[in-house]
Design a protein around this ligand. Structure first.
Ligand code: UDP
Ligand code: MG
Length: 316
């Protein structure tokens, strides 16, 4: 019988401190799953520390290790995409280098995939323990809004740690958009997915690359990528304001006829109305601008990442 190959994809950005722990863990997992072949593809996302040197060293010592190194930092989305493109496996699994996605869960994920005959086993955090409360609050709001207005349903606390069959990987790769939001893409392509829940785990070393502002921009990107509801909402606001102004105008005319009322005072309220309408218009133009800017970036057809070096380069 043909042995099946599992591709482990690890996006790494400044993970020099975490990688040694990761290698230890992944070696343990590979030893625990002798019935499968493995390849580990590390994507160095333009790290500024010794990450690339560590990967070079590991790749020359360990034949299962491959790596792709970007010419600069392109972000985790680009890293995951590059890993999936490079993967040769019958299965591919994406996991973080900081051990927040415990590699030791892989045998269980693989068993579940086989047992349920599904195409994907994904993971989510059961709790948001160890996260600042304000961050949890915004995360909750975000999931609430997104799941209301977009067609894809995002699972709260879902991580990018996910095992996928070859046909699901091919489906994900067939989505060629430039503005990638993987959590949405994984849901959009469909296929049967099983979920495993585990407790939040702290990073082994190094620091998270997410700032609050970074997360905020990421959530706007998600909404723009998977929903056009904000456009519809701004049109609805426009229609509502238009109707309101007609009703207001009628009221003034009728009052004028009935008791010859003359509007002298009330300029403060007029200023309020002007500010309100002006603000609403800017907001709606801003919403439009978001979509336009995404369309602009898509039409440029820029590559998602540029590869500077891979393990093949070590051979010469
Ligand atoms: N990462 C990356 N490129 C980036 C930022 C992060 O490849 O620009 C990688 C990082 O090395 C890690 C994973 O993405 O393996 C998750 O990053 P992080 O731990 O900072 O995110 P968190 O776990 O806090 O959501
Ligand atoms: Mg992390």
């Amino acid at each position: 019988m043909n042995r099946e190959l599992i591709s482990v994809i690890v996006p790494c950005y400044n993970e020099a401190d975490a990688l040694k722990y990761f290698f230890e863990e992944i070696d343990k997992v590979i030893a625990k799953m002798p019935e499968y072949d493995f390849e580990a593809i590390y994507v160095d996302d333009g790290s500024k520390d010794a990450t690339l040197d560590i990967l070079r060293e590991r790749a020359s010592a360990d034949k299962l290790t491959r790596y792709v190194s970007f010419s600069r930092n392109f972000g985790k989305e680009a890293g995951m995409l590059a890993g999936l493109k490079a993967a040769n496996g019958d299965y591919a699994v994406i996991m973080d280098a900081d051990l927040q996605d415990p590699p030791s869960l892989l045998p269980e994920m693989m068993a579940l995939l086989k047992e349920k005959k599904c195409d994907s086993v994904a993971t989510r955090r059961g709790t948001r323990k160890g996260e600042p409360p304000i961050r949890s609050f915004f995360a909750k709001c975000f999931y609430g809004i997104v799941n209301k207005i977009s067609k894809v349903k995002l699972v709260s606390g879902a991580r990018d740690y996910r095992l996928m069959s070859r046909r699901m990987v091919d489906a994900v790769l067939s989505m060629t958009e430039y503005n990638r939001f993987s959590k949405g893409i994984f849901e959009w392509v469909g296929f049967k997915t099983e979920w495993i829940t585990y407790d939040n785990i702290e990073r082994v070393a190094g620091q998270t690359k997410w700032s609050f502002w970074g997360l905020f921009k990421y959530s706007i990107e998600c909404i723009v990528a998977f929903s056009t509801a904000p456009l519809a909402i701004s049109s609805l606001c426009g229609i509502f304001m238009f109707m309101l102004s007609i009703v207001g105008a009628l009221a003034i005319i009728i009052r004028k006829i009935v008791d010859s009322y003359s509007a002298v005072d009330g300029w403060a309220s007029i200023v309020c109305v002007i500010l309100f309408v002006g603000g609403l218009q800017l907001l709606c133009i801003g919403v439009l601008g978001q979509y336009l800017s995404k369309t602009y970036m898509e039409t440029k057809r820029r590559p998602d990442f540029i590869i500077a070096e891979t393990e093949e380069d070590l051979k010469d």
